[in-house]
Design a protein around this ligand. Structure first.
Ligand SMILES: Cc1cc2nc3c(=O)[nH]c(=O)nc-3n(C[C@H](O)[C@H](O)[C@H](O)COP(=O)(O)O)c2cc1C
Length: 463
């Protein structure tokens, strides 16, 4: 069988993910393995029509396809995302239709499920026969048992192709609303919101007045009495995408630092704002690859939060409400940075005046929360994220991410880790011996015990 692997690593042949493919090749040399370095050569693919067509041909000639990629900021890297966009833009879906496919990711398991969900949805959109996903840890191949499960998985994939087994679908096509947002009466001078010294920054991929997004951004901006800054992502001086070199791990300095303006944009614009509004249009099952480029390039700060204590929300044109996977990513990215996730305002529901009202209220809430220094509690999305980072940076990846380690040491990230939580220590010391006495344990009303410390707070007039 001919298996084509669409390599989503910017490192090309030096990719960890591709070692998993080479392993299968070693174990099953009877098949042909055709690796195409998609992410690494995306510029050429984009510029050279022949090259793109040639890739389509190779896909068309294959018995099975593997999307093989590293997870980059909860998704695939921007270069790979661009390739997916090209498929739809150039209406090349037919080459993928009915092809058996599986997806392989390597990562530290940080939001690998969202990356996998994304690829799976894309496969459904392309009408492919999705066998399954394999979300490997980067180092799985080094361990016999974990290697073996990868082998079992791929063997089942081959068997599925050979026997033409049926596959399931999981994602409904997205329903795009046809709607022209036309802002109604403008905000009066009296209604305009005083920013009260809070710095508002809007980063948008569209600042024209011809699209819903551009118009929503303008309307939002006009809610304020004072000037607020707006940056079009096309105006950010970005020389290239993240290439995964990991040099930033040592000192949080990107290899592009002196070559383009991204570090300056992130450090002096994004990090200095109090309120950040990111605005974009849905492209396939995410925002655009341009937006993904920004998220990827911001990785020069690795696992260290940089947008701390801010209000962050989104203005989105397109069916985000039908993509819970994307909502999860956007919210998680804010939560683990210790910022407050405001909300997202879209053009999906209601009439223009409803959207006007939502945008105005969005602006008001952003200012009120910012003035009050309100940061909502993290959900699992942000809480679990920081715990994963903490474990990984403390442990196996410390030598790579030394800058993160220094930050974690000095900013309390390790303080209660693994178990120097003083309150927990005292409680356990006192209560565990008691819990081991059957008579006592059976007498304890755990519900009441949990409430005991709350009573102190509720009955104390000073708290
Ligand atoms: C820019 C960047 C972003 C990353 N984002 C994630 C992430 O969100 N989740 C995760 O688990 N690993 C993340 N990683 C780690 C890679 O997914 C992991 O190292 C992968 O095995 C690299 O595979 P490759 O050598 O094939 O490129 C990221 C790495 C880079 C360079």
């Amino acid at each position: 069988m001919k298996i084509t692997i669409l390599n989503g690593s910017p490192k090309g042949a030096e990719s960890v993910t591709m070692q998993y493919i080479l392993y299968i090749k070693k174990k099953h040399p009877e098949h042909e393995y055709n690796i195409i370095n998609i992410a690494q050569t995306i510029k050429k693919i984009e510029k050279n029509e022949e090259r793109f067509k040639n890739i389509l041909q190779q896909v068309g000639d294959s018995d099975g396809i593997i999307w093989g990629f590293p997870v980059y900021v909860m998704l695939v890297c921007s270069q790979y995302k661009r390739f997916i966009e090209l498929i739809f833009e150039k209406e090349a879906e037919s080459f993928f239709k009915d092809k058996y496919v599986m997806s392989l990711s390597t990562s530290i398991h940080f939001y690998d499920h969202t990356a996998q969900n994304y690829i799976r949805a894309i496969c459904d959109d392309l009408g492919m026969k999705f066998f399954g996903y394999f979300a490997a840890d980067s180092w799985d191949l080094l361990y016999p048992k974990r290697r073996h499960r990868w082998l079992i998985f791929t063997e089942k994939f081959f068997e599925t192709i050979e026997n033409n087994f049926p596959t399931t679908r999981q994602f409904q096509p997205l329903n795009h609303r046809k709607f022209d947002y036309i802002p109604q009466s403008s905000t009066t001078k009296e209604e305009k919101i005083d920013t009260q010294g809070q710095k508002v920054l809007i980063v948008s991929e569209d600042t024209s007045e011809s699209t819903n997004l551009g118009k929503m951004v303008k309307r939002f901006r006009e809610s304020f009495a004072n000037d607020v800054e707006i940056i079009n992502i096309d105006d950010i001086d970005i020389k290239g995408p993240c290439i995964g070199c990991a040099k930033c791990g040592y000192n949080h300095e990107c290899i592009y630092k002196d070559k383009d303006g991204f570090t300056d944009f992130w450090t002096n614009k994004v990090m200095k704002a109090d309120i950040l509004i990111f605005a974009g249009t849905i492209k396939d099952r995410y925002l655009s690859s341009k937006w993904k480029l920004i998220y990827d390039r911001a990785f020069f700060n690795n696992h260290t939060p940089t947008i701390i204590g801010k209000q962050l929300g989104h203005i989105i044109s397109g069916p985000i409400s039908q993509i819970p996977n994307l909502k999860e990513m956007l919210q998680a990215h804010v939560e683990y940075q210790d910022s407050n996730y405001l909300n997202f305002i879209t053009d999906e529901f209601g009439e223009s005046e409803d959207i006007d009202a939502l945008l105005y209220n969005f602006a008001k809430q952003a200012i009120d929360f910012s003035v009050a220094n309100y940061i909502g509690p993290r959900t699992f999305l942000g809480e679990a994220a920081m715990k994963m980072f903490r474990d990984d940076v403390y442990g196996r990846n410390r030598f790579v991410f030394l800058a993160d380690h220094e930050y974690y040491k000095t900013h309390g990230v390790y303080d209660t880790f693994p178990q120097n939580d003083e309150r927990a220590k005292k409680l356990n010391e006192k209560l565990i011996p008691l819990m081991k006495i059957d008579k006592l344990r059976n007498k304890i009303n755990m519900m009441q015990e949990f409430l005991r410390p709350f009573r102190k707070v509720l009955s104390d007039p000073d708290k």
